[in-house]
Ligand binder design. Sequence first.
Ligand SMILES: C[S@@+](CC[C@H](N)C(=O)[O-])C[C@H]1O[C@@H](n2cnc3c(N)ncnc32)[C@H](O)[C@@H]1O
Length: 417
Amino acid sequence: MVQMVDTDRAAQMRKALVAQLRDQGKILSDTVEQAFLRVPREGFMPADTDLAVVYGYDKPVVTKRDAQDQAMSSVSAAYIQAAMLELAQLRPGMRVLEVGSGGLNAAYIAEVVGPEGRVVSIDIDPEVIDRAATALDATGYSIRVRVLVADAEHGVPDEAPFDAIIVTVGAWNIAPAWLHQLQPDGLLVVPLIMNYVTRVIGFRRNGDHLISTATEIAGFVPMQGEGSRPHKHIELTDATGCKVTLSFDSGAPSDPAQLDGVLTAGTAESWSGITIGHGVSFADLHLWLAWFLNGFCRLSAEQGTDLTAKERWLPFAAVRGAGLAYLMLRDVPQDDAAEFGVRAYGGDAKLAAAALTEQVQAWYRAGRHTVPTFTYWPTGSDHSRLHADAKVMDKTNGTIVISWPALVAADSPSGDH
Ligand SMILES: C[S@@+](CC[C@H](N)C(=O)[O-])C[C@H]1O[C@@H](n2cnc3c(N)ncnc32)[C@H](O)[C@@H]1O
């Protein structure tokens, strides 16, 4: 952690990063701006990290990987740290719990809540806590932050209640402890995984349930410990012998044998007529499909796969009976855009292709240009205010509801999970 740093250059880069974060609307308040100007990011990074990475806008730095090379701990990218601090609506004097540690974010929180506030930062991994404690010590923040080894699932009961809880690890479930340890009007910021698609959601507690205030797009390392969520995987082989994996968070086919040999069976291809300008984000299409498309799954394939020769394939797919369809894009140069299409395989290829195409078109009609909101109703809360047609997703300890504004006026999409 100790390193020789060109402090003038670091200070200049810190200022430039803050200007960019302001410009992009990730820093909104003077308190978060001051925190980003004061805390030396380089003090929390592995010693050999280039300052251009340390002060990059969207560059997470992985600090630990598992045996399969999957990232298990990282210093989050600056843009999402700033956005999450703003989602938590931090103010001086607040008590804050950070779930998933590293030291840097805790130092930012300490700057914002000031000496009258309280910061508790937990991690399940003792090595991460050791590293965070050393860095906080070296940068002068250790007296303002309590770090401890703990599983997110239980929070920190002896420090509760908190005005804000900021979870910095991908969570499939909302642990009951987070709600119990939150003030009645407290804020919970959590990267919530909804059928394989993550949204960082800022929730305000409203009595027995949570209502979203705003969201951000980012991916996070997976939750370990009691709240970890196993996925179901189906492995297939394409015509060239490459391995193709379908990963399900929920709704995995009850009879995966139906997919045996699917990638070498009949194919169907269709183009939706729906285009997207180059450089325009369509992240909410993924969220839409995760919520409305039956049999939704993530697709990954070994290098060399022949799944698509010319077009760009996207890692989103759906299974219908003995059919598998996945999303792809092709250039439409005259419109300076790309068109969404679907390629499907297997005995039910046409069925699978039609289901995916239908949801791309439904998203275009009702989902594009609008921002969904979320409510979370823990088990045992009063659901009576929930609309009968509400689109819900069950979690271990409650139900999450999505409201897509345009859907109120538009036809309801036909997905039914
Ligand atoms: C993205 S890193 C945290 C980044 C840090 N907040 C920052 O801004 O630099 C996520 C951390 O969550 C930790 N983690 C994973 N599962 C956990 C659990 N169940 N309880 C507590 N921490 C957990 C990992 O060990 C990892 O260090």
